[in-house]
Design a protein around this ligand. Structure first.
Ligand code: PFF
Length: 455
């Protein structure tokens, strides 16, 4: 019986550093890089946005990734268990659970968007490149309710299959195949895009910082994007950290994950911004269309190039890989927390997540269609869950991690954990930013979110 118990609660494990880095990179590289980063960069100052983003990434982002991963490995638990290792009172409880419920709330609506990607890929494969480029196509699709629900269910089923296969056989194996393919596809589409006539202006706008384009919104948007893109403050890095051995160099892995994530964001920018410049002569309104850029503008750009089908398939396949590996990390974290806290089997935890997925996912699928009269704080379901998690809960979750380290765990224990397998070259930087910047930045994000709601 004891053996069976051990088996039931045996912790999953990555096979080594490469598997771990690719899985974390798979989590980080997602909708955020391909669908969010390019339009934010276009909107908030092009090269200037990029510069601010990079600075925040190597300071604040680095500190958060290293901290969450080290805490996960130190405690061998997902966020709730990790916080509980240091105390059982209410603040620890809240700190852990806020980190843990975020992925449970994100994964359903994220899978709805994943379903949109699947649908577009399917249409491109069927040779409907011109159809999807038509005016009103996207709108009529997302308001169709049942069709959106069906694609959402297919996407969600794919994610569940990988999670049921386990950490090494599912998560790691899929990441190892999909991530290199993703880079290859992204590079091909980017090269195609930057070699179009008229694309040079777009490349310049995207890559060269211009002080005139700087505003405080640049900093606020870059910071929010950094959180989003690196999968910080949603329990994922605690969970993945708990799946690695003491021999994995956390510092080196973090650097590699950041290079991967930024590399794909850059490629996405190079795919999209120059293509839109070539297509519309740099019309800012087209570029700043926001989320619609990927699903409305891009198909038009592809169709106008005359090779819509091939480029469309490559683009949406890459997009699908990015979305899948991120959704996998969100679900893995959710299941892992339930497994730790309820002591249920993985299968049973998955079943509970199926229910959560169905409820929030269906609300998000129908939110633009038959349920569009139902609004929360003036937002449709999908937008509401996105806002609640990203703008309200994630800053609080990050703050909880900072406070846990500064007030309870202490630098000494953190350093010892990290130094087990790394010479921790950036120790001083780590202490400095954790002490002063991390909490300050988190407060700024929180204030900006509150201002957002009130304004
Ligand atoms: N980091 C991933 C992305 O950029 O898409 C995963 C993710 C981030 C999912 C933020 C959800 C989220 F709200």
């Amino acid at each position: 019986k004891k053996h069976a118990e051990n088996l039931l609660h045996a912790r999953g494990k990555f096979s080594g550093r490469i598997g771990y880095v690719l899985a974390v990179a798979g989590s980080a590289v997602g909708l955020g890089n391909i669908w969010r980063f390019p339009y934010l960069a276009a909107k908030y100052g092009g090269g200037m946005f990029l510069l601010v983003y990079l600075i925040l990434m190597v300071t604040f982002g680095y500190v958060m990734i290293v901290s969450e991963t080290a805490l996960g490995r130190m405690t061998k638990k997902s966020p709730v268990g990790a916080f509980h290792k240091f105390g059982k009172s209410l603040p620890f409880h809240l700190g852990g659970w806020i980190n843990a419920v975020i992925p449970m709330m994100i994964v359903p609506y994220y899978s709805v968007i994943g379903g949109w990607v699947l649908k577009y890929l399917f249409e491109y494969i069927r040779g409907n490149a011109n159809l999807v480029a038509q005016d009103g196509y996207f709108n009529s699709f997302i308001t169709s309710s049942m069709e959106v629900e069906i694609w959402f269910l297919i996407f969600a089923a794919l994610v569940f299959i990988v999670i049921l296969a386990g950490v090494k056989n599912g998560v790691e194996r899929v990441s190892k195949v999909m991530m290199p393919l993703l880079i290859l596809l992204a590079a091909c589409v980017a090269v195609y895009s930057i070699t179009r006539p008229g694309a040079v202006e777009g490349i310049k706008y995207f890559l060269i910082p211009n002080l005139e384009n700087f505003s405080w919104m640049t900093v606020v948007a870059a910071m929010g994007q950094m959180f989003y893109s690196l999968s910080i403050a949603m329990g994922i890095l605690y969970t993945y950290g708990s799946y690695i051995g003491k021999d994995v160099d956390i510092e080196k892995s973090t650097t590699q994950v950041e290079i991967f994530d930024t590399g794909v964001a850059l490629l996405a920018g190079l795919m999209i911004i120059p293509a839109v410049f070539a297509f519309s002569g740099g019309d800012m309104e087209t570029l700043q269309a926001g989320p619609a850029l990927t699903f409305i503008t891009l198909p038009k750009v592809f169709a106008s190039m005359g090779v819509g089908t091939i480029v469309g398939i490559a683009f949406f396949l890459m997009f699908l890989f990015a979305a899948l590996t991120s959704a996998i990390s969100l679900l893995e974290t959710s299941v892992s927390t339930l497994n730790d806290e309820l002591h249920w089997s993985r299968g049973k935890c998955c079943l509970l997540m199926v229910v959560v997925m169905l409820v929030i996912g269906t609300a998000s699928s129908f939110g633009y269609g038959i349920w569009d009269s139902v609004k929360i704080l003036g937002m449709q379901f999908l937008d509401f869950f996105d806002f609640l998690t990203n703008s309200v809960m994630m800053p609080i979750a990050a703050l909880a991690t900072c406070i846990l380290i500064l007030k309870v765990v202490g630098f000494k224990r953190m350093d010892a954990e990290i130094e087990q397998s790394s010479d921790f070259k950036r120790k001083k930087l780590y202490h400095f930013f954790l002490k002063y910047l991390a909490s300050a930045c988190v407060i700024i994000i929180l204030l900006s979110s509150i201002a957002n709601v009130l304004g």
